[in-house]
Write a protein that binds this ligand. Sequence first.
Ligand code: X8Z
Ligand code: ZN
Length: 609
Amino acid sequence: MIGRMPAYRLLIAAFVVLTAAGVACRNAGSAQPDLNAGTFLTNANDTLLRLGIESSQAGWVQNTYITVDTQKIAADAQSDFAAAVAELALGARRFDGLRLSEDDARKLKLLKLQLSAPAPNNPAERDELSSLSSSLKGDYGKGKYCPSANRCLDIDQASNILASSRDPRELLDVWQGWHRVGAPMRDRYTRFVELSNKGARELGFDDTGVLWRSNYDMSPDKFAAEVDRLWAQVQPLYLSLHTYVRSKLAAKYGSAVLPADGTIPAHLVGNMWAQDWSNIYPLVAAPASGENYDLTASLKRRNADERSMVKYAENFFTSLGYQALPPAFWERSLFKKPADRDVVCHASASGWDAPEDVRIKMCVQINAEDFRVVHHELGHDYYGLLYAKQPYFYRDGAIDAFHEAVGDTIALSATPGYLKQIGLIDRVPSEKGDLEYLLNTALAKVAFLPFGAVIDQWRWKVFSGEIPPTAYNKAWWDLRNKYQRVTASVPRTESDFDPGAKYHVPANTPYTRYFLAYILQFQFHRALCREAGFTGPLHRCSIYGNKAAGAKLAKMLEMGSSRPWPEALAALSGESAMDATAILDYFAPLKTWLDEQNRAAQPGLSVAQ
Ligand code: X8Z
Ligand code: ZN
C-alpha cells in the first residue's frame, strides 16, 4: 500500500481514490487565503473521508480480484487521493508559525503523514508513483514459483512446504523459487523510492524514512533510538532461543548443512522469511511432559472451517463486552482463496465504513497459526469499530504499532485453559506442560523480534540513500545476518531483489510497527491481566469473559489517534513508555531453561553472540 491513510484503512485497502473530487479538494486547499484552521480542517476532513472511502473500495477490488483493469482503477484512485493530500498539505502551510489549538495542530501534523509514499506534486510523477505501487503489489499477489511446467505454487502453497518438509534440498528449492518473485521488481522499486522521496521532501521531510519515523509523537531520531533501546532489551532472549534452535537443527540436518559462522540457514526454520519458527516445533521440542496438545489437529477434528475460525475470534471479543460483528462483515469479507482468480492472500482488515461495514481479507487455513491470525485481523476491525465516532484524522491507532498489537493481545489469552473452556481441547494441561507451551509461543513471538526490526532498518537506509540500489541485496543480507543471525544458503547477488519477496516491501507497509507490537502486546496483556485481578504467571492468564479488562482496553481503543500514544497507553496500563519487561517476564522460565540447555550443549557448537 502506498498511501499512509490511517494505517488501518491502509492495511486494508491500500489504494486511495479521488478523481473528480480531487478538483473540489484543490479549490478547498488553495483559493481561500483567509480560511481559519478549523474551517480548513473541516474541509480536509470531509474531502479525505470521502476520497478515502472511494480509494479503499478500489483497493479492496484490486486485492480481491487482481487484473490489469482493477490495478489501473486502484492506481488512479491512489493518485487522486495523493493529489488531495499534497494539495491540502501545501494549503496548510498558511498556518505555519501561527498559534493553533493543540487539536488543530495535531490534525495538521497528521494531514502531512497521510501517505506512506507521498506523491510529488505534479500529475505525471504522481501517476507514475501510483502505477508503480499498484504494479509492485499486484506482482506480489500474482507471484508464483513453478517447479515444473504444469505445477505452480502460490505463496500459501510454497509456505506450506516450508512449514512441513524436512528435506533440506526441497526446502532450499522452494525458498529459492519463491525469492525469484522479487527480482523483476528491482528497477520499479528503485524508481518508486526516488519518487516517494521527492514527495516527502516537498512535504518538508528529508526522505520517506524520516516521514515514517515522524509518526510516533517524538522526533524521528528519538524514535530510532527507542527501537534500538527495545531491541537491546530483548536481544539476549532472542539469542538464547537462536542458539538452542541452531543446535537442534545441527542435530537434525548435520553440521554440514549449518554454516560454521553460528548463523541459521533461512530455509530451515519453517517459514519463508524465517520470521516465525513455530512450524519446526517438533524438531526443537522440549522434553515431552505428556501435557502438550495440538491445536491444528483439534480444529480439524472439530471440522472447523474458515467461518468458524473467525467465529472463535469474534466470540472472544463479544465475551469482553464488545458488539457482534456487523452483518456486512459476514457478507463482504473474503475468507477463502477463490479457485478461479488471483487475490492478495496476505491477511488484512478493512474498516472504511465502520461501524456498519468492517471486513477481513484472508485465505484462512485451518491451523493454529491462522487461529492466531484471525484474532489479529479482528483486532484491527474492533479497533475500527471502537474509534468510529472520532473525526477522520483520529480514526486510526494511537500509533500503527497499537493497531497491530490489539488482536495479538487477545490471542495471548488463547491459553490452554481458554481452549478447554470453549471446548477446543479436552482437558487443561497441568503446569508440567508450561515449558512446551512457552517454547512453542517463543518460536512465534521471540523469533519474530529481529525480523520485525530488520525490514525498516533496511528501508530507512534505502530511503536515505545510505544503501544505494547497487547494494540493495547485499545490505539486505548483511542486516538479516546482523539482527536475525540468519543467512541464505545459496549465493545472492544484485540480480536478485530478496526484499521484494516479502509482501510489505512491494506493498510499502512500514514494518517497525510489528516489532513494537510484539513487545507492546505483552505489555497490554500484563496490564489487562492485572485489571482482571489475575496474579499467576502471565502465560497462564486469559482475560476471556472479563468485562473489566474489556472496558479498560476499550478506553484506549476509543481514543483512536486523538491523543499522543503515551496517553493512550496510560489509559490502558497506567504506564507511559514502551517497555519490554512484560515479554521478558512472560518468557523468564523459558529463558532460564534455554540457557541451561545451551550451557550443556556439546562442546564445539558455535553459539551466536
Ligand atoms: O502482515 C501482518 C498481518 C496483517 S497486518 C497478517 N503481519 C506481519 C507479517 O505477516 O509479516 C502480522 C505479523 C507480522
Ligand atoms: Zn495487522
